[in-house]
Design a protein around this ligand. Structure first.
Ligand SMILES: [Ca+2]
Length: 369
């Protein structure tokens, strides 16, 4: 859902000139039959513009609406060499010059006697090339998000989960997940999942949670995530995978692979597998590794092969476990990135003075074995 941002023009700034259309003689200009439009107003919507990304979502798209009293036709000039007429006063336009650039949008409003007034607006707009959505040229790399664009996470790759789930996502968690860039902000090459103290949706905190289900479901391979973790008391960041059959194969039957979680004690990170034993009992196994500076960027890697699952922190093994075909780890899984607060999953209570904290992710890369 794109949040839209409007620029409103002030009439006094707009009527910068008026004149007569081509084909009129000088005598006609002062003739009482000449009708001049008045009250020209220009409204420019930069598609995908938000507080964090006022220059738009990188698509370069704008939507312009002009109105003027006694106007029957408008002409739009975008400062790019492109010029279009419109009888409705509405036009959509896409800038293609990559980068962040300023353009002057000029509008002429014509009357039935072909006399006109004009106005203009300067806008600054961001255009991101398709290259920014592509993956590095590495062998065996099958999927990635480098987060080199602006706005919400790319909906070709991610679903945004919203709300509180059931029982706070099964753990009495304290946050409401939203689909706003206030909580899920892709900018400057990274995804920021931002947990905030705010009353939202009946909860006292907001945050973000995204997943690849039905967009990337896969079995085996290597997942590499470069991330830096929040540090606030009560923060529960998680980089993990859930069995793609979870909607019919109720957890823990579907299986869960927690590549990286951090709980009360921020001096270590933990990898945990969850599944169900043949006798129906719930099973889990986790291992931890000390991390001296979790709020710096580190690379968290999952190596998932038939018969064994391993994880690594900057190439040093955190976790290893043998798997077998009584477990769900030979089926498809998908990736989830989220930043929870509190709950009964081990994060502990949220600090009373918590304002906000960030789980920042530079990239997610998935390699075939
Ligand atoms: Ca990046």
């Amino acid at each position: 859902m794109s949040i839209r941002f409007f620029i409103f023009s002030i009439l006094a700034l707009l009527v910068s000139c008026s004149g007569s259309g081509s084909g009129e003689s000088i005598d006609d200009i002062d003739s009482p039959e000449n009708i001049y439009p008045s009250n020209l107003q220009i409204e420019i919507e930069i598609i995908g513009s938000t507080t964090q990304n006022p220059n738009g979502d990188g698509s370069g798209q704008i939507s312009v609406t002009a109105t003027a009293t006694d106007a029957v036709k408008y002409n739009f000039n975008f400062g790019t060499g492109d010029s279009f007429d419109s009888s409705t006063g509405h036009i959509d336009y896409t800038f293609t010059q990559t980068g962040t650039n300023e353009f002057t949008v000029r509008v002429l409003a014509y009357s039935s006697t072909n006399d006109f007034i004009s106005g203009e607006e300067k806008i600054t707009i961001s255009v991101i090339s398709n290259d920014d959505y592509s993956c590095p040229d590495e062998s065996n790399l099958v999927w990635c998000d480098e987060f080199n664009y602006n706005g919400l996470p790319d909906d070709n790759k991610w679903n945004i989960e919203t709300g509180t789930g059931e029982w706070g996502w099964g753990n009495n968690e304290l946050q409401f997940y939203t689909n706003r860039t206030e909580n899920l902000d892709v900018s400057n090459g990274t995804l920021k999942i931002i947990a905030k103290k705010e009353d939202y949706g009946g909860m006292q905190y907001s945050s973000g949670r995204i997943m690849t289900h039905n967009k990337l479901d896969f079995k085996y391979g290597r997942v590499e995530i470069r991330a830096k973790l929040p540090s606030a008391q009560g923060s529960w960041p998680a980089l993990w995978l859930l069995g793609s059959s979870y909607q019919t194969n109720t957890w823990p039957l579907c299986g869960e692979i927690d590549l990286m979680e951090q709980f009360v004690d921020k001096s270590y990170v933990q990898t945990t597998l969850h599944w169900q034993n043949a006798n129906g009992s719930r099973a889990q196994y986790g291992q931890q590794k000390n991390i001296s500076d979790p709020t710096s960027f580190h690379i968290y890697t999952l190596e998932w092969q038939p018969g064994a699952i391993r994880s690594f922190l900057d190439g040093n093994q955190i976790f290893v476990m043998s798997t077998n075909n009584s477990m769900p780890f030979d089926e498809n899984f998908f990736i989830i990135l989220n930043f929870a607060l509190g709950g009964n999953g081990g994060a502990g209570p949220v600090a009373a003075n918590f304002v906000q904290d960030v789980l920042e992710i530079d990239y997610v890369r998935v390699y075939s074995n």
